[in-house]
Design a protein around this ligand. Structure first.
Ligand code: NAD
Length: 529
Protein backbone atom coordinates (compact mmCIF):
# COMPACT_ATOMS: atom_id res chain seq x y z
CA UNK A 1 0.00 0.00 0.00
CA UNK A 2 1.42 3.39 -0.93
CA UNK A 3 1.82 6.17 1.57
CA UNK A 4 -0.27 9.29 1.20
CA UNK A 5 -0.37 12.49 3.22
CA UNK A 6 -3.45 14.58 3.94
CA UNK A 7 -2.77 18.32 4.18
CA UNK A 8 -6.01 19.65 5.58
CA UNK A 9 -4.99 23.32 6.01
CA UNK A 10 -3.37 25.73 3.61
CA UNK A 11 0.41 25.40 3.52
CA UNK A 12 2.90 27.09 1.21
CA UNK A 13 4.01 25.67 -2.15
CA UNK A 14 7.52 25.19 -0.76
CA UNK A 15 6.09 22.76 1.79
CA UNK A 16 4.20 20.87 -0.92
CA UNK A 17 7.40 20.72 -3.00
CA UNK A 18 9.10 18.75 -0.21
CA UNK A 19 6.53 15.95 -0.60
CA UNK A 20 6.73 16.10 -4.42
CA UNK A 21 10.52 15.88 -4.40
CA UNK A 22 10.42 12.96 -1.98
CA UNK A 23 7.95 11.14 -4.26
CA UNK A 24 5.25 11.04 -1.58
CA UNK A 25 1.65 11.47 -2.73
CA UNK A 26 -0.49 14.04 -0.97
CA UNK A 27 -3.93 15.65 -1.01
CA UNK A 28 -3.82 19.38 -0.28
CA UNK A 29 -7.40 20.09 0.77
CA UNK A 30 -7.40 23.38 2.69
CA UNK A 31 -11.21 23.57 2.67
CA UNK A 32 -11.93 20.03 3.87
CA UNK A 33 -14.46 19.79 6.71
CA UNK A 34 -14.02 17.85 9.93
CA UNK A 35 -16.69 15.37 8.78
CA UNK A 36 -14.90 14.80 5.48
CA UNK A 37 -11.61 14.24 7.32
CA UNK A 38 -13.35 11.66 9.49
CA UNK A 39 -14.68 9.87 6.41
CA UNK A 40 -11.31 9.72 4.62
CA UNK A 41 -8.61 9.67 7.30
CA UNK A 42 -8.21 5.88 7.04
CA UNK A 43 -6.51 6.42 3.64
CA UNK A 44 -3.57 8.43 4.98
CA UNK A 45 -0.19 7.66 6.54
CA UNK A 46 0.61 11.30 7.38
CA UNK A 47 -1.53 14.32 8.26
CA UNK A 48 -0.43 17.97 8.17
CA UNK A 49 -2.48 20.59 9.98
CA UNK A 50 -2.17 24.23 10.96
CA UNK A 51 -4.69 25.72 13.38
CA UNK A 52 -7.93 25.26 11.40
CA UNK A 53 -8.26 21.46 11.37
CA UNK A 54 -8.66 19.56 14.58
CA UNK A 55 -7.23 16.13 15.22
CA UNK A 56 -9.97 14.96 17.56
CA UNK A 57 -10.22 11.58 19.29
CA UNK A 58 -13.08 10.39 17.04
CA UNK A 59 -11.04 11.07 13.89
CA UNK A 60 -7.88 9.54 15.35
CA UNK A 61 -9.88 6.47 16.30
CA UNK A 62 -10.56 5.82 12.58
CA UNK A 63 -7.01 6.63 11.43
CA UNK A 64 -5.87 3.03 11.11
CA UNK A 65 -2.94 3.71 8.76
CA UNK A 66 -1.89 7.04 10.21
CA UNK A 67 1.64 7.17 11.62
CA UNK A 68 2.21 10.86 12.09
CA UNK A 69 0.33 14.13 12.64
CA UNK A 70 2.46 17.22 11.96
CA UNK A 71 1.46 20.69 13.10
CA UNK A 72 2.99 23.46 10.98
CA UNK A 73 3.54 25.77 13.95
CA UNK A 74 4.04 25.38 17.67
CA UNK A 75 0.74 25.07 19.56
CA UNK A 76 -0.93 21.65 19.48
CA UNK A 77 -4.12 22.60 21.34
CA UNK A 78 -6.04 21.33 18.29
CA UNK A 79 -4.57 17.82 18.55
CA UNK A 80 -5.76 15.21 21.02
CA UNK A 81 -2.22 14.03 21.73
CA UNK A 82 -3.31 11.45 24.31
CA UNK A 83 -5.65 9.80 21.77
CA UNK A 84 -2.84 9.82 19.18
CA UNK A 85 -0.42 8.26 21.66
CA UNK A 86 -2.90 5.50 22.49
CA UNK A 87 -3.22 4.76 18.78
CA UNK A 88 0.58 4.80 18.34
CA UNK A 89 0.58 7.95 16.19
CA UNK A 90 3.46 10.41 16.47
CA UNK A 91 2.46 14.04 17.05
CA UNK A 92 5.05 16.60 16.03
CA UNK A 93 5.31 20.37 15.76
CA UNK A 94 7.83 22.82 14.31
CA UNK A 95 9.30 24.95 17.09
CA UNK A 96 11.69 27.67 16.09
CA UNK A 97 10.29 28.33 12.61
CA UNK A 98 9.04 31.75 13.66
CA UNK A 99 11.93 32.81 15.92
CA UNK A 100 13.50 35.29 13.49
CA UNK A 101 10.16 36.84 12.56
CA UNK A 102 9.22 37.34 16.20
CA UNK A 103 12.63 38.79 17.05
CA UNK A 104 12.40 41.20 14.09
CA UNK A 105 8.89 42.27 15.10
CA UNK A 106 10.10 42.95 18.64
CA UNK A 107 12.81 45.20 17.26
CA UNK A 108 10.30 46.96 14.97
CA UNK A 109 8.19 47.61 18.06
CA UNK A 110 11.16 49.04 19.94
CA UNK A 111 12.01 51.36 17.06
CA UNK A 112 8.37 52.37 16.67
CA UNK A 113 8.39 53.35 20.32
CA UNK A 114 11.69 55.22 20.08
CA UNK A 115 10.65 57.23 17.00
CA UNK A 116 6.84 57.28 17.43
CA UNK A 117 6.46 56.09 13.86
CA UNK A 118 2.86 54.79 14.16
CA UNK A 119 1.73 58.05 15.79
CA UNK A 120 3.53 60.21 13.21
CA UNK A 121 2.07 58.15 10.38
CA UNK A 122 -1.42 58.53 11.83
CA UNK A 123 -1.01 62.33 12.05
CA UNK A 124 0.17 62.50 8.40
CA UNK A 125 -2.92 60.53 7.40
CA UNK A 126 -5.01 63.11 9.21
CA UNK A 127 -3.52 65.83 6.96
CA UNK A 128 -1.10 67.31 9.48
CA UNK A 129 2.58 68.22 9.26
CA UNK A 130 3.39 68.10 12.96
CA UNK A 131 7.12 67.91 13.68
CA UNK A 132 6.94 68.97 17.32
CA UNK A 133 4.92 66.07 18.74
CA UNK A 134 7.21 63.36 17.50
CA UNK A 135 10.56 64.04 19.09
CA UNK A 136 12.19 60.64 19.41
CA UNK A 137 15.15 59.04 21.20
CA UNK A 138 18.14 57.12 19.86
CA UNK A 139 18.85 53.49 20.69
CA UNK A 140 22.57 54.16 20.49
CA UNK A 141 24.30 53.78 23.86
CA UNK A 142 21.05 52.96 25.66
CA UNK A 143 20.49 50.06 28.05
CA UNK A 144 18.30 47.18 26.89
CA UNK A 145 16.92 44.69 29.43
CA UNK A 146 15.90 41.28 28.06
CA UNK A 147 13.81 39.03 30.30
CA UNK A 148 13.97 35.45 29.00
CA UNK A 149 16.94 34.50 26.84
CA UNK A 150 15.65 31.56 24.84
CA UNK A 151 15.46 31.37 21.07
CA UNK A 152 13.76 34.74 20.50
CA UNK A 153 15.44 36.62 23.35
CA UNK A 154 18.87 35.60 22.04
CA UNK A 155 18.05 36.68 18.48
CA UNK A 156 16.92 40.07 19.78
CA UNK A 157 20.18 40.40 21.72
CA UNK A 158 22.32 39.55 18.69
CA UNK A 159 20.62 42.20 16.58
CA UNK A 160 20.45 44.95 19.18
CA UNK A 161 24.18 44.73 19.80
CA UNK A 162 24.61 46.27 16.35
CA UNK A 163 22.65 49.28 17.64
CA UNK A 164 25.44 49.73 20.16
CA UNK A 165 23.19 49.02 23.12
CA UNK A 166 24.36 47.77 26.49
CA UNK A 167 22.43 44.59 27.19
CA UNK A 168 21.22 43.31 30.57
CA UNK A 169 19.57 39.91 30.86
CA UNK A 170 17.51 37.85 33.25
CA UNK A 171 16.91 34.13 32.78
CA UNK A 172 17.12 31.87 35.83
CA UNK A 173 17.53 28.81 33.60
CA UNK A 174 20.53 30.04 31.64
CA UNK A 175 24.02 29.87 33.09
CA UNK A 176 25.93 33.08 33.74
CA UNK A 177 28.65 31.74 31.45
CA UNK A 178 26.20 31.37 28.54
CA UNK A 179 24.90 34.88 29.15
CA UNK A 180 28.40 36.27 29.10
CA UNK A 181 29.11 34.45 25.83
CA UNK A 182 26.10 36.30 24.43
CA UNK A 183 27.50 39.60 25.65
CA UNK A 184 24.72 40.02 28.18
CA UNK A 185 25.24 41.27 31.74
CA UNK A 186 23.31 38.93 34.10
CA UNK A 187 21.00 40.95 36.34
CA UNK A 188 17.96 40.54 38.58
CA UNK A 189 14.55 41.67 37.33
CA UNK A 190 14.65 44.62 39.74
CA UNK A 191 18.07 45.73 38.50
CA UNK A 192 16.84 45.61 34.91
CA UNK A 193 13.77 47.64 35.83
CA UNK A 194 15.96 50.27 37.49
CA UNK A 195 18.64 50.53 34.82
CA UNK A 196 17.04 49.81 31.44
CA UNK A 197 15.87 52.34 28.86
CA UNK A 198 14.16 49.58 26.89
CA UNK A 199 12.76 46.37 28.35
CA UNK A 200 11.54 43.38 26.35
CA UNK A 201 10.04 40.13 27.67
CA UNK A 202 10.61 36.75 25.99
CA UNK A 203 9.63 34.17 28.61
CA UNK A 204 6.79 31.67 28.40
CA UNK A 205 3.69 32.54 30.41
CA UNK A 206 3.88 30.43 33.58
CA UNK A 207 2.94 30.90 37.25
CA UNK A 208 6.49 32.27 37.72
CA UNK A 209 6.29 34.79 34.88
CA UNK A 210 2.67 35.88 35.25
CA UNK A 211 2.75 39.55 36.30
CA UNK A 212 6.57 39.46 36.19
CA UNK A 213 6.33 43.18 35.50
CA UNK A 214 3.85 44.57 38.00
CA UNK A 215 3.00 47.82 39.78
CA UNK A 216 6.00 47.59 42.13
CA UNK A 217 8.39 47.04 39.23
CA UNK A 218 6.97 49.90 37.16
CA UNK A 219 7.77 52.12 40.14
CA UNK A 220 11.44 51.10 39.86
CA UNK A 221 11.64 52.16 36.20
CA UNK A 222 12.96 55.36 34.72
CA UNK A 223 10.35 57.82 33.48
CA UNK A 224 11.98 57.40 30.07
CA UNK A 225 11.70 53.60 30.07
CA UNK A 226 9.91 51.86 27.19
CA UNK A 227 8.63 48.29 27.40
CA UNK A 228 7.76 45.68 24.75
CA UNK A 229 5.79 42.43 24.95
CA UNK A 230 5.86 40.16 21.91
CA UNK A 231 5.78 37.00 24.06
CA UNK A 232 2.51 36.28 25.89
CA UNK A 233 -0.20 38.49 27.37
CA UNK A 234 -0.06 38.55 31.17
CA UNK A 235 3.72 38.60 31.63
CA UNK A 236 3.25 42.34 32.08
CA UNK A 237 0.31 43.05 34.38
CA UNK A 238 -2.14 44.93 32.16
CA UNK A 239 -3.90 47.20 34.74
CA UNK A 240 -0.49 48.17 36.17
CA UNK A 241 0.81 48.96 32.66
CA UNK A 242 -2.23 51.10 31.89
CA UNK A 243 -1.63 53.06 35.10
CA UNK A 244 2.06 53.44 34.34
CA UNK A 245 1.30 54.75 30.83
CA UNK A 246 -1.51 57.06 31.94
CA UNK A 247 0.53 58.57 34.74
CA UNK A 248 3.67 58.81 32.57
CA UNK A 249 5.46 56.62 35.09
CA UNK A 250 7.15 55.21 31.96
CA UNK A 251 7.46 56.67 28.46
CA UNK A 252 5.80 54.01 26.37
CA UNK A 253 4.82 50.41 25.68
CA UNK A 254 4.47 48.28 22.56
CA UNK A 255 2.32 45.18 22.70
CA UNK A 256 1.68 42.35 20.25
CA UNK A 257 0.01 40.06 22.79
CA UNK A 258 -2.76 40.51 25.33
CA UNK A 259 -4.34 38.58 28.20
CA UNK A 260 -7.56 38.25 26.23
CA UNK A 261 -7.42 38.14 22.43
CA UNK A 262 -8.85 39.61 20.32
CA UNK A 263 -8.98 42.73 22.46
CA UNK A 264 -12.28 44.65 22.50
CA UNK A 265 -12.63 47.56 20.02
CA UNK A 266 -12.56 50.06 22.90
CA UNK A 267 -9.61 48.46 24.72
CA UNK A 268 -7.60 50.97 26.74
CA UNK A 269 -4.31 50.06 25.01
CA UNK A 270 -5.74 51.04 21.62
CA UNK A 271 -6.46 54.55 22.94
CA UNK A 272 -3.28 55.46 24.82
CA UNK A 273 -1.01 57.81 22.88
CA UNK A 274 2.15 56.34 24.33
CA UNK A 275 1.21 52.79 23.38
CA UNK A 276 1.82 50.93 20.10
CA UNK A 277 -0.28 47.83 19.47
CA UNK A 278 -0.37 45.03 16.88
CA UNK A 279 -2.82 42.12 16.71
CA UNK A 280 -0.53 39.17 17.60
CA UNK A 281 1.30 39.24 14.28
CA UNK A 282 4.91 38.83 15.41
CA UNK A 283 5.13 35.45 13.66
CA UNK A 284 3.05 36.44 10.64
CA UNK A 285 5.60 36.64 7.86
CA UNK A 286 5.85 34.87 4.53
CA UNK A 287 9.15 33.34 5.62
CA UNK A 288 7.88 32.06 8.98
CA UNK A 289 4.90 30.43 7.26
CA UNK A 290 7.24 28.89 4.66
CA UNK A 291 9.67 27.73 7.32
CA UNK A 292 7.05 25.85 9.28
CA UNK A 293 5.53 24.34 6.10
CA UNK A 294 8.92 23.10 4.87
CA UNK A 295 9.93 21.91 8.33
CA UNK A 296 6.74 19.92 8.93
CA UNK A 297 6.91 18.39 5.44
CA UNK A 298 10.55 17.34 5.93
CA UNK A 299 9.78 15.84 9.33
CA UNK A 300 6.85 13.83 7.95
CA UNK A 301 8.88 12.61 4.97
CA UNK A 302 11.51 11.41 7.43
CA UNK A 303 8.97 9.44 9.44
CA UNK A 304 7.42 7.85 6.35
CA UNK A 305 10.83 6.91 4.98
CA UNK A 306 11.99 5.50 8.29
CA UNK A 307 14.38 8.36 9.02
CA UNK A 308 14.84 10.19 12.33
CA UNK A 309 11.81 11.35 14.31
CA UNK A 310 12.20 15.06 15.01
CA UNK A 311 10.16 17.29 17.31
CA UNK A 312 7.82 14.49 18.38
CA UNK A 313 5.68 15.50 21.35
CA UNK A 314 4.53 12.09 22.48
CA UNK A 315 6.12 8.73 23.13
CA UNK A 316 4.12 6.28 21.06
CA UNK A 317 7.18 4.16 20.40
CA UNK A 318 6.84 2.78 23.91
CA UNK A 319 5.54 -0.78 23.74
CA UNK A 320 1.86 -0.66 24.81
CA UNK A 321 2.52 -3.62 27.08
CA UNK A 322 5.34 -1.83 28.87
CA UNK A 323 3.53 1.51 29.27
CA UNK A 324 1.41 0.43 32.28
CA UNK A 325 4.62 -0.61 34.07
CA UNK A 326 6.88 2.31 33.12
CA UNK A 327 4.04 4.89 33.13
CA UNK A 328 3.77 5.21 36.94
CA UNK A 329 7.57 5.67 37.20
CA UNK A 330 7.32 8.38 34.52
CA UNK A 331 4.62 10.11 36.51
CA UNK A 332 6.70 9.95 39.68
CA UNK A 333 9.85 11.16 37.89
CA UNK A 334 8.00 14.14 36.41
CA UNK A 335 6.77 15.12 39.88
CA UNK A 336 10.27 14.79 41.34
CA UNK A 337 11.69 16.95 38.52
CA UNK A 338 9.00 19.57 39.02
CA UNK A 339 9.59 19.53 42.79
CA UNK A 340 13.34 19.98 42.62
CA UNK A 341 13.11 22.72 39.95
CA UNK A 342 11.03 24.75 42.41
CA UNK A 343 13.11 23.80 45.42
CA UNK A 344 16.50 24.53 43.85
CA UNK A 345 18.56 27.42 45.19
CA UNK A 346 20.04 29.38 42.30
CA UNK A 347 20.88 28.40 38.74
CA UNK A 348 21.24 24.71 37.98
CA UNK A 349 24.44 23.48 36.34
CA UNK A 350 24.00 19.69 36.63
CA UNK A 351 21.03 17.38 36.78
CA UNK A 352 21.89 13.89 37.97
CA UNK A 353 19.17 11.25 37.65
CA UNK A 354 19.90 7.90 39.31
CA UNK A 355 17.93 4.70 39.28
CA UNK A 356 18.12 1.66 41.49
CA UNK A 357 16.08 -1.45 42.23
CA UNK A 358 13.20 -2.77 40.13
CA UNK A 359 12.85 0.45 38.14
CA UNK A 360 15.88 -0.86 36.25
CA UNK A 361 13.93 -3.85 34.92
CA UNK A 362 12.87 -1.69 31.95
CA UNK A 363 14.31 1.09 29.81
CA UNK A 364 14.80 4.21 31.90
CA UNK A 365 14.89 6.54 28.86
CA UNK A 366 11.20 7.53 29.04
CA UNK A 367 11.55 8.03 32.81
CA UNK A 368 14.52 10.35 32.32
CA UNK A 369 12.53 12.32 29.72
CA UNK A 370 9.64 12.60 32.17
CA UNK A 371 12.01 13.84 34.89
CA UNK A 372 13.43 16.49 32.54
CA UNK A 373 9.93 17.37 31.46
CA UNK A 374 9.07 18.12 35.09
CA UNK A 375 12.31 20.03 35.60
CA UNK A 376 11.91 22.39 32.62
CA UNK A 377 8.12 22.53 32.65
CA UNK A 378 7.73 26.08 33.92
CA UNK A 379 10.65 27.30 31.79
CA UNK A 380 9.37 26.53 28.33
CA UNK A 381 6.30 26.49 26.14
CA UNK A 382 7.85 23.77 24.02
CA UNK A 383 7.04 20.25 25.19
CA UNK A 384 10.05 18.05 25.93
CA UNK A 385 10.48 14.90 23.88
CA UNK A 386 13.03 12.15 23.32
CA UNK A 387 14.88 14.24 20.83
CA UNK A 388 14.96 17.69 22.39
CA UNK A 389 15.29 16.80 26.10
CA UNK A 390 19.09 16.61 26.19
CA UNK A 391 19.69 19.65 23.93
CA UNK A 392 17.06 21.62 25.84
CA UNK A 393 18.93 21.13 29.12
CA UNK A 394 22.25 21.80 27.38
CA UNK A 395 20.90 25.07 25.94
CA UNK A 396 20.22 26.14 29.50
CA UNK A 397 23.78 25.27 30.49
CA UNK A 398 22.66 22.22 32.51
CA UNK A 399 24.59 18.97 32.15
CA UNK A 400 22.52 15.77 32.32
CA UNK A 401 24.04 12.74 34.05
CA UNK A 402 22.16 9.46 34.20
CA UNK A 403 23.35 6.67 36.47
CA UNK A 404 22.16 3.20 37.32
CA UNK A 405 23.01 2.08 40.84
CA UNK A 406 23.08 -1.46 42.12
CA UNK A 407 22.03 -0.47 45.66
CA UNK A 408 18.55 0.83 46.43
CA UNK A 409 18.84 0.70 50.22
CA UNK A 410 15.59 0.04 52.03
CA UNK A 411 13.49 0.68 48.89
CA UNK A 412 12.60 -1.88 46.23
CA UNK A 413 12.82 0.88 43.64
CA UNK A 414 14.25 4.38 43.83
CA UNK A 415 14.52 7.36 41.49
CA UNK A 416 16.82 10.12 42.71
CA UNK A 417 17.18 13.54 41.12
CA UNK A 418 20.02 15.72 42.26
CA UNK A 419 20.44 19.27 41.08
CA UNK A 420 23.79 20.97 41.41
CA UNK A 421 23.73 24.74 41.56
CA UNK A 422 26.21 27.31 40.31
CA UNK A 423 27.82 27.76 43.73
CA UNK A 424 28.48 23.99 43.90
CA UNK A 425 25.68 23.34 46.43
CA UNK A 426 23.31 20.44 45.81
CA UNK A 427 19.69 19.55 46.46
CA UNK A 428 18.30 16.12 45.91
CA UNK A 429 15.02 14.34 46.07
CA UNK A 430 14.21 10.66 45.81
CA UNK A 431 10.92 8.95 45.16
CA UNK A 432 9.70 5.39 45.19
CA UNK A 433 6.60 3.50 44.12
CA UNK A 434 5.31 1.68 47.18
CA UNK A 435 2.78 -0.05 44.93
CA UNK A 436 2.08 0.83 41.32
CA UNK A 437 -0.48 3.38 42.42
CA UNK A 438 1.35 4.77 45.47
CA UNK A 439 4.16 7.17 44.51
CA UNK A 440 5.98 8.70 47.47
CA UNK A 441 8.70 11.24 48.09
CA UNK A 442 11.01 9.30 50.39
CA UNK A 443 14.11 11.47 50.64
CA UNK A 444 14.68 15.21 50.49
CA UNK A 445 18.32 16.13 50.89
CA UNK A 446 19.58 14.20 53.89
CA UNK A 447 16.21 13.38 55.45
CA UNK A 448 13.71 10.56 55.00
CA UNK A 449 9.97 11.09 54.45
CA UNK A 450 6.78 9.47 53.31
CA UNK A 451 5.14 12.33 51.40
CA UNK A 452 2.48 12.19 48.71
CA UNK A 453 3.76 14.06 45.62
CA UNK A 454 0.55 15.88 44.83
CA UNK A 455 -1.01 19.35 45.01
CA UNK A 456 0.51 22.14 47.09
CA UNK A 457 3.33 21.23 49.45
CA UNK A 458 4.95 23.40 52.09
CA UNK A 459 8.48 22.42 53.06
CA UNK A 460 9.75 23.75 56.37
CA UNK A 461 13.31 23.37 57.58
CA UNK A 462 13.93 24.17 61.23
CA UNK A 463 16.15 23.66 64.24
CA UNK A 464 15.07 20.46 65.94
CA UNK A 465 13.58 21.98 69.11
CA UNK A 466 10.22 21.41 70.82
CA UNK A 467 7.18 23.54 69.97
CA UNK A 468 7.67 23.97 66.22
CA UNK A 469 4.69 21.88 65.12
CA UNK A 470 2.42 23.75 67.51
CA UNK A 471 3.61 27.14 66.28
CA UNK A 472 3.24 26.11 62.61
CA UNK A 473 -0.22 24.67 63.32
CA UNK A 474 -1.29 27.94 64.96
CA UNK A 475 -0.27 29.95 61.87
CA UNK A 476 -2.19 27.56 59.63
CA UNK A 477 -5.23 27.64 61.92
CA UNK A 478 -5.26 31.46 62.06
CA UNK A 479 -5.15 31.62 58.27
CA UNK A 480 -7.70 28.86 57.65
CA UNK A 481 -5.17 26.63 55.88
CA UNK A 482 -6.18 23.00 56.14
CA UNK A 483 -3.45 20.39 56.43
CA UNK A 484 -4.03 17.28 54.32
CA UNK A 485 -0.97 15.32 55.39
CA UNK A 486 2.28 15.96 57.20
CA UNK A 487 5.53 14.02 57.29
CA UNK A 488 8.72 14.65 59.27
CA UNK A 489 12.36 13.96 58.70
CA UNK A 490 15.20 14.75 61.09
CA UNK A 491 18.93 14.55 61.36
CA UNK A 492 20.21 14.42 64.88
CA UNK A 493 23.84 15.06 63.90
CA UNK A 494 23.22 18.70 62.99
CA UNK A 495 20.05 19.13 65.00
CA UNK A 496 17.85 19.98 62.01
CA UNK A 497 14.40 18.79 61.09
CA UNK A 498 12.24 19.12 58.04
CA UNK A 499 8.51 18.86 57.52
CA UNK A 500 6.64 18.30 54.25
CA UNK A 501 3.03 19.36 54.51
CA UNK A 502 0.32 18.71 51.92
CA UNK A 503 -2.21 21.49 52.14
CA UNK A 504 -5.71 21.36 50.74
CA UNK A 505 -5.87 24.94 49.49
CA UNK A 506 -3.79 27.66 47.87
CA UNK A 507 -1.59 29.48 50.35
CA UNK A 508 -0.69 33.15 50.16
CA UNK A 509 2.86 34.52 50.33
CA UNK A 510 1.82 36.35 53.51
CA UNK A 511 1.15 33.02 55.29
CA UNK A 512 4.56 31.72 54.17
CA UNK A 513 6.14 34.88 55.58
CA UNK A 514 4.36 34.37 58.90
CA UNK A 515 5.90 30.88 59.01
CA UNK A 516 9.33 32.26 58.04
CA UNK A 517 9.13 34.73 60.93
CA UNK A 518 8.59 32.02 63.57
CA UNK A 519 11.58 31.32 65.85
CA UNK A 520 13.93 28.44 64.89
CA UNK A 521 12.63 28.30 61.29
CA UNK A 522 15.45 28.14 58.70
CA UNK A 523 13.46 28.08 55.47
CA UNK A 524 9.91 27.77 54.17
CA UNK A 525 9.20 26.81 50.56
CA UNK A 526 6.03 26.29 48.58
CA UNK A 527 6.14 23.65 45.87
CA UNK A 528 3.24 23.14 43.47
CA UNK A 529 2.90 19.73 41.83
P1 NAD B 1 12.12 29.54 24.48
O1 NAD B 1 11.53 28.39 25.22
O2 NAD B 1 13.17 29.29 23.47
O3 NAD B 1 12.68 30.63 25.51
C1 NAD B 1 12.03 30.99 26.71
C2 NAD B 1 13.11 31.43 27.68
O4 NAD B 1 12.48 31.94 28.84
C3 NAD B 1 14.02 30.27 28.12
O5 NAD B 1 15.38 30.63 27.95
C4 NAD B 1 13.68 30.10 29.59
O6 NAD B 1 14.81 29.70 30.33
C5 NAD B 1 13.24 31.49 29.96
N1 NAD B 1 12.42 31.51 31.16
C6 NAD B 1 11.54 30.58 31.61
N2 NAD B 1 11.01 30.95 32.79
C7 NAD B 1 11.57 32.15 33.09
C8 NAD B 1 11.44 33.03 34.19
N3 NAD B 1 10.63 32.73 35.21
N4 NAD B 1 12.14 34.17 34.16
C9 NAD B 1 12.97 34.47 33.13
N5 NAD B 1 13.18 33.66 32.08
C10 NAD B 1 12.47 32.51 32.06
O7 NAD B 1 10.87 30.29 23.81
P2 NAD B 1 10.90 31.30 22.57
O8 NAD B 1 10.63 30.52 21.33
O9 NAD B 1 12.06 32.20 22.68
O10 NAD B 1 9.55 32.12 22.87
C11 NAD B 1 9.53 33.14 23.87
C12 NAD B 1 8.11 33.63 24.05
O11 NAD B 1 7.61 34.19 22.83
C13 NAD B 1 7.11 32.55 24.44
O12 NAD B 1 6.21 33.09 25.38
C14 NAD B 1 6.38 32.27 23.14
O13 NAD B 1 5.10 31.74 23.37
C15 NAD B 1 6.33 33.67 22.57
N6 NAD B 1 6.09 33.74 21.11
C16 NAD B 1 5.24 34.72 20.67
C17 NAD B 1 5.00 34.86 19.31
C18 NAD B 1 4.04 35.91 18.80
O14 NAD B 1 3.44 35.70 17.78
N7 NAD B 1 3.91 37.05 19.47
C19 NAD B 1 5.65 34.01 18.40
C20 NAD B 1 6.54 33.06 18.88
C21 NAD B 1 6.75 32.93 20.25
Amino acid sequence: MTDKVLISDKISDDGLAVFKNAGIAFDHLPEITQDQIKETIHNYTGWVIRSRSRATADIIERADKLRVIGRAGVGVDNVDTAAATRKGIIVMNTPGGNTTSTAEHTISMMLSLARKIPQAHQSMREGQWDKKSFMGVEMNGKVLGVLGLGRIGQEVVKRMKSFNMQILGYDPFLSVERMQQLGVEPCTVDEICKRADFITVHTPLSPETKDLINETRFKLMKKTARIVNCARGGIINEPALINALKSNQIAGAALDVFVSEPTPADDEFRKLNNCVVTPHIAASTVEAQENVAIQVAEQIVDVIKGGPVRNALNVPSLDPEILPIVGPYMELAEKLGLFISQYRRGRATKLRISYSGTVLDHSTTPITIAAIQGFVKSASDVPVNFVNAGPMLKDRGVELIETKLSESGQYTNLITIEVEQEDGSKNYIAGSLLTRKMPRIVILNDKHFNAVPEGNLIIIENEDVPGIIGAVGTVFGKNAVNIGQMTWGRKTADNTAMTIINIDTEVKEDVLNQLRNLPHIKSVDLVKL
